[in-house]
Design a protein around this ligand. Structure first.
Ligand code: GTQ
Length: 368
């Protein structure tokens, strides 16, 4: 039952015995009275059930390592410890309609190929042997590299190191696609793909940055570039810092893009890397759209709806839609980098993206 608000135009109907009897008559007819829920389903402002969460890598890594000896990759399908927002358990979401998890692969291990309507992305945390075959392109990825697995793409993962385990972060739009009743899953008929001879071919073809193949013919809604190396990403941020003051809310921030269009890497999820200069503290803002952050480098803190979260390398945290947030690099001498992925492309394509800056208190939140 809705919270009653004494405002004309909002629901303020009190229950009576007569109305209660009416409501149960409607319920028996699979119907209901709008005014019993109106204030809930038409809130003044977005009311996410997601809460800000910090997942410490120091807490999670031992669990992920344990999982590697407790279940086989073949039995699990993918061996992943997923990060679950207390307000989104029923959707297995980390925040809003975004899923994230930590996947581990033992030395020499490979997973079988599958595909799904949900889109996926990877951010590599540790290990030297990580690879993934996406639509026949074998991608070799290392720490802090970013890779995408667009909707419908066959993919299989593995670790060709003979000694180190691989741990990477998966990000998927599973909760979104399930909410839209649009998910589906297939296992590969041959269990494994036959990759092309040239490794990281999408990077060779589309990764030049200042040039694109003349006449490139690409009509998909996702990027033809599948892997985005860390060295070039970090260099781009350092170069950007030489010529730009950056964003008051995010410091030096750049988006991973489809190099042919400049648009987001996939139609449902976008991704950024941002650099907070030594000692930098940003101002607070909020926007529609949910974000999952991964601390790629350094240490600092973020304040999210008045709650301070202190983060270190490889910690993961989330910012729910419409939550106030600001970030700070707590080192006086080293920069900090935050990788993040989001559902902004969905918000933009549905014309639901909106943003506001905090004006009070010099643009900073008061701690709650
Ligand atoms: O590798 O495609 O963490 O399908 C969850 C679901 C990873 C994957 C996850 C998936 C995948």
């Amino acid at each position: 039952m809705s919270v009653k608000e004494d405002v004309i135009g909002r629901s303020r109907v009190e229950d009576t015995d007569e109305l209660k009897e009416f409501y149960s008559r409607l319920e028996n007819l699979n119907a209901g009275a709008l005014w019993t829920v109106a204030n809930d389903i038409e809130p003044w402002e977005p009311q996410p059930t997601s809460v800000p969460v910090l997942w410490r890598y120091a807490d999670l890594r031992p669990q992920v390592i344990d999982s590697a000896s407790m279940v086989t990759g073949d039995d699990a399908g993918r061996r992943v410890v997923m990060l679950v927002n207390p307000g989104r358990k029923e959707l297995s979401a980390a925040v809003g309609l975004l899923y994230t998890g930590l996947q581990i692969m033992n030395p020499g291990e490979s997973m079988t190929a599958h595909r799904h309507a949900a889109s996926a992305l990877r951010f590599v945390i540790e290990g030297e042997g990580a690879w993934t075959v996406v639509n026949g392109d074998r991608l070799k990825v290392g720490p802090n590299d970013f890779a995408i697995t667009p909707r419908g793409a066959w993919h299989e993962h593995g670790n060709d190191s003979d000694r180190s385990q691989v741990i990477w972060q998966d990000g998927l739009d599973i909760p979104l696609v399930n909410t839209l009743d649009a998910n589906s899953f297939q296992v590969h008929p041959d269990q494994y793909q036959t990759p092309g001879k040239v490794q990281n071919s999408s990077l060779l073809e589309y990764g030049a940055g200042i040039l694109k193949p003349a006449g490139a013919d690409w009509n998909r809604r996702y990027s033809p570039l599948l892997a985005y190396p860390w060295e070039r990403t970090y260099e781009a941020l350092l170069n950007q810092a030489k010529v730009s003051a950056g964003s008051p809310y995010d410091g030096i921030i750049m988006e991973y893009v489809n190099p042919l269009t400049g648009g987001s890497v996939m139609p449902t999820m976008g991704a950024h890397m941002q650099l907070l200069r030594a000692g930098e503290a940003t101002r607070a803002h909020r926007h529609t759209g949910s974000v999952v952050y991964h601390v790629a480098k350094g240490h600092g803190h973020s304040v999210i709806n008045g709650q301070r979260l202190d983060w270190h390398e490889h910690d993961i945290f989330c910012v729910p839609s419409w939550a106030w947030h600001e970030h700070a690099n707590d080192s006086a001498s080293n920069d900090a980098c935050l990788f993040s992925f989001n559902d902004f492309p969905v918000m933009h394509s549905l014309d639901l993206y909106t943003e506001a800056a905090m004006e009070d208190n010099d643009g900073h939140q008061l701690l709650s």
